[in-house]
Design a protein around this ligand. Structure first.
Ligand code: NAD
Length: 442
């Protein structure tokens, strides 16, 4: 099938490469010329495990190409995916300017029947706006081509995106009854659901809502566990034991119950805000979600609070040097959008502290944000030299079993503030560290 994906970011590149890998001819489009130039040279602009190899193979086998020319991409394709960003506007609602801009591009360049697919996360009612935008352009041209608008939200997780796309738990397709678009979408996704995971066909509005409901539900779990953790500290319980205790209940399950320093990333923060906004626009007070967001904002500050308590006040943080392991919002990605590390670093810099940071892949991104306001080290141990304390901010696998003797020998004082609970408090004490975690007895 001929497919184009407009927007070649985390979602567009993964979707494009995976569709190509199942035999389709795919054109990935972006307005960012340098991004496309790099992709055409084999340079992948983001870190996502397995993506570079997948792109390379499909480019070599001539099923995957990259262009800034949306016209030729639309003309050649039966299915046109919209996978551009939907960042939060000033009022928290999803900013649809990029999505609707692409919809107009498609309308301007259509040369026959097209299936137009909203892959971006968009509020309920956006498919109607996309339909209007396309129809408006066709009307201007006096063209009468038919088209279907489909909502096909994406549920991939950065860091495991290829696997999630190739073997999705489910594929959600929101489509109007009785159109060709439904059959075309089923055909496109059939190779990805051979293990009988379902393709769920539903109406467009329900599909749009499903994506927000999924992210909001996950955010609720995280904020809930963070509040349990905060209470654990007060009553002398250990949130890690509590997590295991409740996770083994089959009604609850183990996923997304890890307490920490709040959720970040390009999705949860903006999607929770956008759903609150949708609720407000529909005269509905979404009380739980307001609280989820408030809790998350506070949680991003708990590590710094522990630090200032330890040093008996902000003024004593001045001049201290903190080694910081982990900058990305979660492991296995270089994405730093809304990462808790940004809040933590800014707060400590404001207090006059020095930060020496290490991340396996996100230091390039961090340099765009902090420039030379912090120092960077390619090797995690190198960040520790002369540090007053170590902060664990992202739970990369390689931080889980370090050489603690080496850590101790490099630091000025063996103090660890662990925002991800990756070490065992009792072991840390035995090893001679002062260890502070989230929601755990220390
Ligand atoms: P991104 O910022 O990584 O990529 C968006 C790309 O679109 C950029 O490369 C940008 O240059 C390009 N673009 C913008 N306007 C364009 C235009 N007019 N024509 C062509 N290209 C254009 O964004 P992302 O993380 O891939 O997210 C895309 C959408 O998918 C968002 O709505 C997001 O909420 C949703 N989503 C993201 C994830 C995730 O994990 N990142 C997961 C599921 C859903």
């Amino acid at each position: 099938m001929d497919v184009c994906v407009v927007g070649s970011g985390y979602v567009g590149l993964v979707a494009g490469a995976c569709f190509a890998d199942s035999g389709n001819d795919v054109i990935c489009v972006d307005i960012d010329e340098s991004k496309i130039e790099n992709l055409n040279k084999g340079i992948v602009p983001i870190y996502e495990p397995g993506l570079e190899e997948l792109i390379k193979r499909n480019v070599e086998e001539k099923r995957l190409t990259f262009t800034t020319d949306v016209k030729s991409a639309v003309e050649k394709s039966l299915v046109c995916f919209i996978a551009v960003g939907t960042p939060p506007g000033e009022d928290g609602s999803a900013d649809l300017q990029y999505v609707l801009g692409v919809a107009r591009d498609i309308g301007r360049n259509m040369n026959g029947y097209k299936v137009i697919v909203d892959k971006s996360t968009v509020p309920v009612g956006t498919a109607d706006k996309v339909r209007e935008a396309v129809a408006g352009e066709l009307k201007k041209r006096g063209a009468g081509y038919g088209f279907g608008v489909v909502s096909n939200p994406e549920f991939l997780k950065e860091g495991a995106a290829i696997d999630d796309f190739m073997k999705p738990d489910r594929v959600v397709i929101g489509v109007d009854d009785g159109t060709d678009a439904e059959e075309i979408m089923k055909e496109l996704y059939e190779p990805f659901v051979r293990t009988d995971n379902p393709i769920l066909i539903m109406d467009v509005r329900s599909a749009e809502m499903t994506k927000y409901a999924a992210n909001a539900k996950l955010a609720v779990r995280i904020s809930f566990m963070n509040e349990i953790a905060n209470l654990c500290e007060k009553v002398g319980a250990d949130v890690n034991s509590v997590r295991k205790g409740i996770g083994s209940d089959s009604r609850i399950g183990h996923s997304f119950l890890f307490a920490g320093i709040g959720y970040g990333g390009s999705c949860f923060p903006k999607d929770v805000k956008a759903l609150c906004k949708t609720a407000a626009e529909n005269d509905y007070d979404f009380k739980i979600l307001d609280a989820v967001e408030r809790v998350n904002e506070i949680q991003k500050g708990v590590l710094v609070e522990k630090i200032t308590n330890y040093y008996c006040g902000e003024k004593n943080v001045k001049g201290k040097t903190f080694a910081l392991w982990g900058l990305s919002f979660k492991p296995r990605t270089d994405d730093m959008r809304e990462a808790p590390s940004i809040v933590i670093i800014n707060k400590l810099l404001d207090m006059g502290a020095n930060i020496v940071a290490h991340d396996p892949v996100a230091m390039g991104e961090a340099r765009h944000i902090f420039n030379d306001r912090i120092e960077y080290r390619d090797i995690n141990y190198d960040a520790l030299e002369g540090a007053d304390a170590l902060l664990i901010v992202t739970e990369w696998n390689e931080f889980r079993r370090p050489n603690f003797d080496r850590i101790k020998s490099l630091m000025k004082k063996p103090v660890i503030f662990d925002g991800r609970n990756i070490y065992n408090p009792r072991e840390m004490k035995k090893l001679g560290f002062e260890y502070f975690a989230v929601g755990r007895k220390v």
